[in-house]
Write a protein that binds this ligand. Structure first.
Ligand code: SAM
Length: 296
């Protein structure tokens, strides 16, 4: 989903953009439409890459049976319900517990390495509804080589509704979200999650060291002193110009030699590669260089 805040993927969301057959007129209307969304609906379209925006708009066009950007733009201007539907479609909040399990084996190794030398400060940046920060905390509890009492997790996101769900720590199973499967990364996840019918509630002792806060990676200040930053599956949607500043914010938030994990389909832009040493290329695990371009 891209969708309703709970992690479902609607088959419509996987569709490709509509064929761009209208040439310059279409391009102009699409640009005007994006300006409308930015100025009137207060969604910063300029931060995202065009192919992502086009996929989301095209998906709404199919749903509303509009064949051209012009017809859809007209509908959007007239219909507040469609404005809301488009804003919902534009919010990228797909997530899951232990998403990409192989990466979580890499994160386990990093946490083991960090454990035993005092407090371990972990930042799950762009954490959506909290399943990523809770996965970090559960992993710390589950692994005998990690001292869970020393692991502190901060989850941040730009979306207040996502953070509300995260603070509640209750997730609902549905036809398309198999929480049991997601959590089966752990041998016995019921030690950390209370299951009541379709509701999965994160246990209090897992929540003890997990905090949530609103933070915008583009406009807000860096943080400091983190041993590990996990920022996954946001850069794929972001325009290159902003991607760099987000990664600079993250680099400044890491202590020197601190670790960074990005999404499996994401890359560090060439001009920032000197700031991060590659630790596990396939898993996208990096370590902040001792002194880097971002220090200047
Ligand atoms: C696809 S989710 C990724 C969630 C999680 N990291 C994962 O990989 O499962 C992307 C998240 O980025 C958040 N986001 C979008 N723009 C942001 C920004 N400028 N600063 C912080 N978070 C942002 C969205 O609200 C969304 O929750």
């Amino acid at each position: 989903m891209i969708g309703d805040g709970a992690g479902e993927i609607d088959p419509e969301d996987l569709d490709l953009p509509l064929d761009d057959t209208g040439g310059d007129d279409d391009e102009e209307t699409f640009t005007e439409l994006l300006a409308f969304v930015e100025d009137e609906l207060s969604f910063a379209t300029s931060h995202y890459n065009d192919s992502y925006l086009d996929r989301r708009v095209s998906s709404r066009m199919r749903r509303t049976q509009c064949d051209t950007y012009e017809a859809y733009f007209e509908l959007l201007r007239q219909d507040p319900a469609e404005q809301e539907a488009l804003l919902e479609a534009l919010s990228i909040n797909v997530t899951g517990f232990f998403r990409n399990p192989d990466v979580w084996e890499g994160i386990r190794t990093v946490l083991r390495r960090l454990s035993g030398n005092g407090p371990v400060r972990v930042w799950s940046a762009a954490c959506a509804d909290g399943r990523e920060p809770y996965s970090l905390a559960m992993l710390a509890h589950d692994d005998p080589e990690i001292d869970e009492s020393s692991v502190y997790v901060l989850g941040t996101d730009i979306s207040q509704p996502a953070l509300e769900t995260a603070r509640e720590g209750v997730y609902e199973e549905s036809r398309t979200i198999d929480l049991d499967e997601q959590l089966s990364f752990l041998d016995d996840y019921r030690r950390y999650v209370d299951v009541d019918g379709r509701n999965y509630r994160i246990a209090d002792d897992v929540r003890t060291n997990v905090r949530f806060q609103r933070h915008d990676l583009i406009n807000d200040e860096p943080k400091s002193g983190f041993d590990l930053v996990v920022c996954r599956n946001l850069f794929i949607y972001i325009d290159n110009a902003y991607k760099r500043s987000m990664l600079e914010t993250i680099a400044r938030s890491l202590r020197s030699s601190g670790y960074l994990v990005i999404g499996k389909a994401e890359t560090i832009p060439p001009n920032l590669q000197s700031a991060f040493a590659v630790r596990e290329a396939r898993l996208r695990i990096y370590q902040r260089a001792e002194s880097s371009a971002t220090d200047q």
